[in-house]
Design a protein. Sequence first.
Length: 292
Amino acid sequence: MKISKILAGMSAAAIVASMAMIPASAAGTKLNVSDDLAKIGRQTQDDLFAVFFNGDESEGAVNKDAISDLGAVYGASFTIKVDNNDWNTIGGGGSINFNSKSGGWNDKDWAGGSWVEDDKPKDTLCYTTEEEGTYVLEYLGDAPVFATTDGDADNYAAVGINNWAADLKGIDVVGMKVLGADGNVLFEAGSNKDKKEVQKKPVAEESSSGADSTPSGTDSKKDDSKKDDKSSAAATSSTAAGTTSSKAGTTTTTATSSAAASDNTAATGATAGLALAGVALAGAAIVISKRK
C-alpha cells in the first residue's frame, strides 16, 4: 500500500513537471486596430483581425456590398505601425489570411525587420514607406483567393492579418486594401501609406537618438550578433501559433501557418517533460528498493 502511494505521488509530480515545459500561450503581441477599422471588422483574438465581406451578421460586422465580385479578389495589403527599434532588433512576422467556406484557411506568410531572410522569401512582401516605423504588408497572387460561391448568402469570406511575434511592444493596424488581379483596389479602409520598395533586407537599426533608418534593400553585412538576434526572434515565433478560434455554422475557423513551428516547440517541451517523468519514476524505484 505504501509502495503504491509513493509511485502515485512521484508520477503525479512528473506529470506536473512535464506540463510546465509546454508553452502556456501561443499568442503573439496584440494587434492594436484603429477605430475606423474596428468598426468594420472583427478581432476574435488579440493577435488576429479580419474584415468580413460575406457571412453571418449576427457574429459581427459584415461588409456585404463592399465588393461586387468576390471571385475578383487576388490579394490584400495592410498598413501597420511599429516601434522601429523593436522591428529592427526583435523583428516580426505573421500572415495575411483569406478565410472562406469554400477555400478554408488560406494564409500567406509575412516577415519584417530582423525576420527578413533573403534565402527564404515570403509570398507576402513587406514594403517600406516614407514614414519611419510604418510598413505595408502586401500579398498579390496569380489566382483568385475566393470562389464565386463565397458570394452566396450561406457562405462567409474574410480578409485578415495575423501576428506571431510575441516580444514586440505592439503592432498598430491602421489601413487595409483588398486587391484585384492587377493590384487594382477593390476595397479600401483606414489610413493607408504609399509603399516605396520591397524590404529584402532589414533596415538599419534605429539609434537611440532617433536617427533616420537606412532604406531597405542595401547590401549591408550582418555580423554574428545580428544573426544570433534573428535566431532568437525566430525561436520566439515558434511559440506563437496553434491558437484557434472556432465557431459553428458559417463562422470562421482561425489558425496560423506557424502551427508546425508551435508543434515542434510543444514536442520539445513534452520530450523534456517525459525525461523529468523518467527521472522521477527512477527516484521512486530507488526509494522502493531501499525500503525493501
